[in-house]
Design a protein around this ligand. Structure first.
Ligand SMILES: CC(C)(COP(=O)(O)OP(=O)(O)OC[C@H]1O[C@@H](n2cnc3c(N)ncnc32)[C@H](O)[C@@H]1OP(=O)(O)O)[C@@H](O)C(=O)NCCC(=O)NCCS
Length: 238
């Protein structure tokens, strides 16, 4: 999700790599890195502890047993995929339209879309990082993606973004207002994307959510998404 402007390999105990995240460091105002190829060895944990970063995102395929207390399990990231159907497409709801600039309602919905985000659930963030990040993400979506809303009269009930990432359509943000959930609005947005993508001959649509977001997991399952992969992200604070 977050942009890495350029990667700096800082040390290499085992195969683990610490990569400074320039965008995150600038945006949050403190040093942030991501850690990949982490296996949970003491040697790796020592290297993380000795590094100069204030916050490290540690990516792992598995849960790590006996992590130190400053390792916060912030996310079980689940990537799901749906095959774009080119037949039996439902009708397009006239309430859905594309928009081209952010509005206060969209910023509000963007915050609702991130309720399970690791930037929201991790209480160590104390400088409104979540709000600032999701506001920025919404603004960026108008540059890199398309934005569709479900509008009923004056009320914006829902939105979704759609970005083509490495040739594959991907939903970055999606939310239905909390007062309008469970009435088919989210499914109507997915159906809209399906029709759009089928017309443009795309084969699949991906989305990333959090394993703990059971409502979203049920929603995607109901809409024929399948799990592509899962991984865990620990936040290490120093
Ligand atoms: C997940 C979300 C987009 C689903 O939109 P929705 O309009 O409520 O979903 P629909 O009405 O089209 O589909 C309903 C299905 O979604 C699931 N569901 C998810 N949240 C639900 C809720 N609050 N109420 C009812 N059903 C919900 C159920 O599987 C339901 O199927 P069922 O009625 O057979 O039980 C919406 O609940 C939402 O915005 N949640 C908060 C933000 C969020 O988690 N976004 C996803 C981030 S990846």
């Amino acid at each position: 999700m977050l942009k890495v402007d350029h990667c700096t390999l800082l040390m290499k105990p085992s195969d683990m790599k610490l990569i400074r995240l320039d965008w995150d460091s600038d945006f949050f105002g403190y040093e942030v890195a991501k850690v990949i190829d982490f296996t949970g060895s003491n040697e790796e944990m020592n290297a993380i502890q000795k590094s100069s970063f204030k916050l490290l995102y540690v990516f792992t395929q598995e849960l790590i047993l006996n992590v130190p207390t400053n390792y916060f399990l912030a996310d079980e990231k689940v990537v799901l995929k749906m095959k774009v159907a080119d037949q039996n497409l439902g009708s397009i709801k006239p309430e859905i339209k594309e928009v081209f600039e952010p509005t206060p309602e969209l910023f509000q919905l963007a915050l609702q879309s991130g309720v399970y985000s690791r930037f929201n659930v991790d209480a160590h963030f104390v400088n409104n990082e979540f709000e600032r990040l999701y506001k920025q993400w919404m603004i960026n979506s108008f540059k890199k993606a398309r934005v569709f809303v479900y509008q009923e009269g004056d009320s914006m009930l829902a939105f979704t973004t759609l970005e083509i990432k490495n040739g594959i359509p991907d939903i970055g943000l999606i939310a239905v207002d909390e007062n309008a959930r469970g009435k088919g609005v989210g499914s109507a947005l997915l159906n809209y994307l399906n029709v759009l993508l089928a017309r443009d001959k795309f084969q699949e649509l991906t989305v990333t959510t959090q394993g703990k977001n059971l409502n979203a997991m049920a929603f995607y399952k109901k809409n024929k998404f399948e799990i592509l992969n899962r991984n865990f992200i620990y936040h290490v604070w120093k």
